[in-house]
Design a protein around this ligand. Structure first.
Ligand SMILES: N[C@@H](CCC(=O)N[C@@H](CS)C(=O)NCC(=O)O)C(=O)O
Length: 311
């Protein structure tokens, strides 16, 4: 039996998608690429994700995996070699802390810096959407531009820290072997170069520049374009994979079968469905809609709040 197709719903300049694309590249996988809108509404996407609107998600038939932490862990489970963490348990724990630092402390101010710098390249809908995503009112374009000057001083020390890390001659962030820590740290210089042009990464960061080239050489595996309608048809034609037993009750006092919402901790519209399964690591919602048929939509526990949905 052939393995069901991997379908990544993403867009080109999505940094979190780049982490997954590199994971697919490391593992040498073939995958289908559905390009989704970079801002809401996403009418062919959110029916597949129970309403979750962030990017990316990985679809395998009628199972949809949201959040790159879960997507990368899942790919590592399904295709164990080359491993995403080919290091000791202690080094992995350090690497996981680095991933968190990279995506929150380094990347977030960098995103605000770069969208400020190139504010007028993005349409007003983009700025309104990003403000809404974080529960803020739509800013004036001048305010978005002004943020660039405020955020660069937050970004540069982070890039210099990365340069010191790589400057001791190591080939990869954790030493001898490439790991998921490389892909998460790569998001920042990659985004700078992708949106800001090749001069955006300071020339003095030479160890970082060499490492950026090494990471980029890993590539994206073998993507092939797929239409959004075809992805929905794949979901309709499939049934969700059977679930292993989970917890009888969650720490929130919710039992499987109840209607729940799952929401990123840092604001957002929630995903809504019936709780199909939950444990300390993952939350699975069951949803059913005319465009998709029955689906299981999976989220990691970390970074998401599970609540009973009041009707
Ligand atoms: N924790 C999430 C974060 C995903 C995220 O914030 N992605 C950005 C794009 S790189 C996003 O969703 N932006 C808004 C959008 O695409 O609509 C993950 O790891 O997948």
């Amino acid at each position: 039996m052939t393995a069901p197709a991997l379908v990544l719903h993403h867009y080109d300049f999505s940094n979190y998608s780049e982490k997954v694309r590199l994971t697919l590249g490391l593992k040498g996988l073939a995958w289908h690429a559905v390009t989704i809108p970079a801002w809401a509404p996403k009418p062919d996407y959110t029916p597949l994700t129970a309403g979750y609107r962030r990017t990316p998600a990985l679809q395998i038939g009628a199972d949809v995996y949201c959040d790159t932490a879960l997507i990368c862990a899942l790919l590592d489970e399904r295709v164990p070699a080359p491993a995403l963490w080919p290091v000791s348990a202690g080094e992995r724990a350090l690497g996981e802390a680095l991933v968190y630092w990279a995506e929150h402390a380094l990347f977030r101010p960098l995103a605000l810096y770069i969208t400020g710098l190139h504010a007028r390249r993005f349409p007003p809908e983009f700025h309104a959407d990003r403000a809404r995503l974080h529960g803020k009112p739509t800013p004036a374009i001048e305010a978005v531009e002004a943020a660039a000057g405020r955020y660069w001083p937050q970004v540069l020390p982070g890039l210099e820290r990365l340069e010191r890390l790589l400057g001791d001659g190591r080939r990869w962030v954790l030493g001898e072997a490439v790991s998921l820590a490389d892909f998460a740290l790569y998001e920042a210089p990659w985004f700078l170069e992708t949106i800001g042009g090749s001069a955006a990464l300071p020339a003095a960061l030479t160890a970082t520049r060499d490492w950026v080239a090494r990471v980029a050489a890993i590539g994206h595996g073998r993507p092939s374009a797929l239409g959004a309608g075809e992805a929905l048809a794949l979901a309709r034609a499939a049934t969700p994979a059977p679930l292993a037993p989970g917890d009888a009750t969650t720490p929130e006092g919710i039992t499987p079968g109840e209607r729940v919402s799952v929401r990123p901790l840092d604001q957002d519209a929630p995903a809504v469905g019936r709780l199909a399964r939950c444990d300390a690591e993952r939350i699975t919602l069951a949803v059913d809609g005319p465009l998709t048929g029955p689906l299981h939509v999976h989220f990691p526990r970390v970074g998401y709040r599970l609540s009973r949905q009041r009707v």
